[in-house]
Design a protein around this ligand. Structure first.
Ligand code: FCB
Length: 445
């Protein structure tokens, strides 16, 4: 198939890690089973905020089918699997008594992974905040850092004998921005956004301390969505808007976490929430930078919006994925460089992938040539970055399975494996075989 040849991986380290990523709410289902409490996303679903009124109630039914899913990963040949723990599954009220059946689910998952020779990479937070904590103000409440530290202690104590890789948060900038400013949700205001940002940063620092204390040999990071924000025209106003949004999207979490300072653009807005000692509470030594990257973001000025910005037109002629995201591997290469130069940490790419509307053909096969071409180009760009000295040590595809894609529900598909939602049958796509081939070939170098 033209375009499906394997990219060169010659510049990657011999111990480079190939993996796949998922998250709890997007795949587990079983939202009302075994004592799990509701999360904010259950409530968004109930409120009809999701396309086609989809919910996470069944999702991929991974809660019951995790063995089959680990077997798929084994077939792929990945060395690592990044998943998240659902906070409300193990602490239904967010704090207080732990839910044993929820903890046992993750015991079974971790044991299954280890038996398959796959390293578990555990992310503590992929957006499914217990609703009980949201009712107390969620991340807008400064106490949230202490709630998160207690939750982290429970996870670390229970799984730290077998899990050594931990991420504190997935994409803090995305859930803060989209829940408190760019999104439609209630309680958007500049104050709420800035408070949320600072408290999530405090929670990150507190969790790092707990993990260091409880898990000897833990390797810890935070996962950032880093997409360069570019002006959609040559006007000064759009350039300023792009710089403004870029600081929120890309820097407001890694800068204080890795360098102990907020970007100067937003320091005055966050200042009212900073107490003495906070920046050193946030800036704790970490081991790596988790990078999620898909495409650049085009921005224009919009004086009436909360941050004075809105999404702008993409330049004419830019190739797009079927769901309309720019395909721009060169920007991926540059992003790896920027992250390397800015933060000086080893980088693990913990999400990259291609959203589309795949369907099985008459023979039941899912031929996703577009995804293969995308992955080939992006992995090629990563190899080029590594050749120029960028310290990139792993690459995880989003995602193992088609899943609940937030506001888009099940309408868009990112999986290497097709999920037939009515039957929950898993059908590996052509990209699945291609990735398996790539991992095998890269390992034979
Ligand atoms: C990222 C999210 C992940 C998934 C992909 C497509 O922003 O972390 O859960 O939705 O986008």
């Amino acid at each position: 198939m033209p375009g499906s040849e394997l990219p060169s991986t010659a510049n990657l380290r011999p111990d480079f890690i190939w993996g796949v990523s998922t998250s709890s709410f997007q795949i587990e289902g079983a939202t009302k089973e075994d004592g799990r409490g509701p999360s904010v996303w259950d409530v968004y679903c109930q409120n009809g905020e999701i396309k086609n009124h989809d919910t996470g109630d069944v999702a991929c039914d991974h809660y019951h089918r995790y063995r089959e899913d680990v077997a798929l990963m084994k077939r792929l040949g990945v060395q690592a699997y990044r998943f998240s723990v659902a906070w409300p599954r193990i602490l239904p009220q967010g704090q207080g008594s732990a839910n044993e059946p929820g903890l046992s689910f993750y015991d079974r998952l971790v044991d299954e992974l280890l038996a398959a020779g796959i390293q578990p990479w555990l992310c503590l937070y992929h957006w499914d905040l217990p609703q009980a904590l949201e009712d107390l103000g969620g991340w807008m409440n400064r106490e949230s850092a202490a709630w998160f530290a207690d939750y982290t202690r429970l996870v670390a104590t229970r799984f730290g004998d077998r899990v050594k890789r931990f991420a504190t948060f997935n994409e803090p900038s995305i859930f803060s921005l989209f829940s408190r400013s760019l999104g439609k949700r209630d309680r958007s205001s500049e104050g709420n956004l800035h408070r949320t940002i600072h408290h999530v940063n405090l929670a990150h620092g507190a969790a790092v301390d707990v993990l260091r204390e409880k898990v000897p040999g833990a390797s810890i990071g935070c996962i950032h969505n880093y997409q360069p924000c570019w002006p959609s025209s040559g006007s000064d106003a759009d350039a300023a808007a792009a710089a403004h949004l870029g600081a929120y999207w890309n820097n407001v979490f890694p800068d204080p976490q890795c360098r102990g300072e907020y970007p100067s653009l937003m320091r005055p807005a966050i200042d009212p929430y900073i107490q003495p000692g906070d920046l050193s509470r946030i800036c704790r030594p970490i081991d790596w930078f988790g990078l999620n990257h898909y495409s650049p973001v085009y921005v224009k000025a919009q004086p009436t919006s909360l941050l004075g910005v809105e999404f702008g037109e993409k330049p004419a002629g830019v190739p797009l994925t079927p769901i309309g995201w720019p395909i721009d591997p060169e920007t991926f290469r540059k992003t790896l460089r920027i992250v390397h130069d800015s933060y000086g940490l080893p980088i693990y790419v913990l999400e990259n992938g291609y959203g589309s509307f795949d369907r099985p053909d008459k023979a039941g096969a899912v031929i996703d040539t577009g995804r293969i071409e995308f992955l080939r180009a992006y992995i090629g760009a990563m190899n080029a970055a590594a050749g120029n000295g960028v310290d990139v040590r792993g690459y995880f595809i989003w995602s193992l399975l088609d899943n609940f894609e937030w506001e888009s529900g099940y309408s868009v598909r990112f999986g290497l494996t097709y999920v037939d939602y009515p039957s929950l049958l898993r059908i590996p796509k052509s990209s699945f075989r291609w990735y398996a081939d790539l991992i095998k070939t890269a390992g034979q170098r």
